[in-house]
Write a protein that binds this ligand. Structure first.
Ligand code: NVA
Length: 386
C-alpha cells in the first residue's frame, strides 16, 4: 500500500546512523496532495519583482491588454507603490497562516535587476520569487526544482537554495529537474499570436510557444492527488517535460495528461484545482475534456463562480480566475480571497470554513494563494484516491 512505502522511507532514513550523530527522527518534507493538514509552507516574496523582457514566450503567456506595458517596462522593476502594497498583503497572509498553526518559510531576498548571459541566451532581469508553486513541487519526502521555461526565470531557484539546503540536511530528498538550455530552439519564434481567436485556434491545434526541443516544465502545471498526478501541456510545460517527470516518479505514480478548452494554458491551478479527496473546483470557462474519467473515479467536480475583480485592477500575468486558486489548510479549511464573495459562498455550501485575506495587489504578479505558496509538509501518507 501507499502508506507502506512512506513507512519504508521513514525507517530507512532513521536507520542511516552516522557514528557520533543523532539520527533525525522527523521528515522535514512530506506532502502527497493538496489538502492534507498543512504544517509548513513556503510563501513567496514580492520584493524586487521585475517586469520580464517582452520576448516570444512572454507575449504568448500574457493578455494583449498589457503588451504595451511589457514593451515599455520590460527589464525594469514592477511599479514600487504596487509592490509595497503587495508586500503588506503577503505579510498579512503569512500572519494569518501562522495564526492557523502553520510554519511559514520565505525565500531569500534576491536582486532581480542583475542582467545575465548564458552560452545560449541573455536576459536583462530575473522575474521574481513571488510564486514558489511555479518552481517547487513536493512528492512525498522529495522536493523538486522545476526546470522552468521563461528565460527570466532560469535562475529563480537561487532564491530557494537556503531553504533547500536546510531541508536536505534535515533528511529530505532534493532534486533539480534538468535545466533546458533555453536557446532559440525551445521557442517557436513564428508562433502567430495577435488575437484571442489566434489563441483559441492554436491551443485547439495543440500548438504552443514552447517546442519539444528539450524538456521543460513549470511545477504549477502539475496538481497532486496522492498516487495520481494531473498535468496539462501548456505554454511552459511540454510533452518531454511531462515524460521526464513520469519516468522520474516511476511506477508508484500515475501521471495523467488533461486538456482543457483554454486559449492560453499556463499553470493548472486556476483551471482545475483539486481541493479534497475526489473534490475539484473546475473553471467553467475552461471545461476539461476528460470529465468522463473523473465521473468514473466518482469524483465531485464543482464549477467555480465567476470572479468579481474589477477590470481596472491590473493583472499583469494572469486572468481573474485567481479567485479559485486557493490553498487548502486541511480538508475543512481554505485560505481564500476576502473580496471574492461568490466563491466564499461556494465554500460555505460545501461545508468548508473560509480563512480570508485580501491579496488583490499581490494577485497582479500572476498568482492567488496556491501560486504564492508551496506546501512543504502536510500530515498524511501516500494513498490512492481513485
Ligand atoms: N494562467 C492561468 C493560471 C494562473 C494561476 C490564468 O491566468 O488563469
Amino acid at each position: 500500500t501507499g502508506s507502506g512505502s512512506v513507512l519504508t522511507a521513514r525507517t530507512q532514513h532513521a536507520k542511516r546512523v552516522v557514528p557520533g550523530e543523532i539520527p533525525q527522527p522527523s521528515i522535514p518534507v512530506n506532502s502527497h496532495n493538496e489538502w492534507d493538514p498543512l504544517e509548513e509552507v513556503i510563501v513567496g516574496r514580492p520584493d524586487g519583482a521585475c517586469v520580464p523582457q517582452f520576448t516570444t514566450e512572454v507575449k504568448a503567456n500574457t493578455n494583449e491588454k498589457y503588451w504595451d506595458f511589457y514593451k515599455k517596462y520590460g527589464g525594469t522593476p514592477f511599479p514600487d507603490k504596487h509592490i509595497e502594497k503587495a508586500k503588506q498583503e503577503v505579510e498579512e497572509m503569512c500572519n494569518v497562516l501562522r495564526h492557523e498553526g502553520v510554519i511559514v518559510r520565505r525565500p531569500d531576498v534576491i536582486n532581480w535587476e542583475k542582467d545575465y548571459k548564458t552560452p545560449d541566451f541573455s536576459s536583462p532581469v530575473g522575474l521574481y520569487s513571488a510564486m514558489p508553486r511555479d518552481i517547487l513541487i513536493v512528492f512525498g519526502n522529495e522536493i523538486m526544482e522545476a526546470p522552468m521555461a521563461w528565460r527570466s526565470r532560469f535562475f529563480e531557484y537561487r532564491a530557494y537554495r537556503s531553504l533547500l539546503k536546510e531541508y536536505f540536511k534535515a533528511g529530505a530528498k532534493w532534486t533539480a529537474a534538468p535545466k533546458p538550455l533555453m536557446g532559440d530552439e525551445l521557442y517557436d519564434n513564428t508562433y502567430p499570436i495577435e488575437s484571442i481567436e489566434d489563441r483559441h485556434r492554436l491551443a485547439k491545434e495543440g500548438r504552443f510557444v514552447t517546442t519539444e526541443f528539450e524538456p521543460c516544465f513549470d511545477a504549477a502545471d502539475f496538481i497532486r492527488a496522492g498516487r495520481d498526478i494531473f498535468v496539462q501541456r501548456s505554454q511552459v510545460t511540454n510533452h518531454l517535460g511531462i515524460e521526464w517527470l513520469r519516468r522520474h516518479l516511476g511506477p508508484e505514480y500515475r501521471v495523467h495528461e488533461l486538456t482543457f478548452h483554454d486559449p492560453n494554458p499556463m499553470h493548472i491551478d486556476a483551471t482545475f484545482n483539486i481541493i479534497g479527496p475526489g473534490l475539484v473546483i473546475a473553471n467553467p470557462d475552461r471545461p476539461c475534456n476528460q470529465l468522463k474519467m473523473f465521473e468514473k473515479f466518482g469524483w465531485k467536480i464543482v464549477q467555480a463562480p465567476k470572479p468579481t475583480l474589477s477590470d481596472d485592477h491590473p493583472l499583469w500575468m494572469s486572468s481573474k480566475w485567481l479567485s479559485m486558486n486557493v490553498l487548502m489548510l486541511d480538508e475543512d479549511r481554505v485560505l481564500c480571497s476576502k473580496v471574492e464573495k461568490p466563491i466564499i459562498k461556494m465554500f460555505e455550501k460545501l461545508g468548508i470554513k473560509t480563512v480570508q485575506v485580501d491579496i488583490t495587489h499581490a494577485n497582479s504578479l500572476g498568482g492567488g494563494f496556491h501560486c504564492w505558496t508551496t506546501d512543504v509538509r502536510r500530515r498524511g501518507e501516500l494513498q490512492s484516491y481513485i
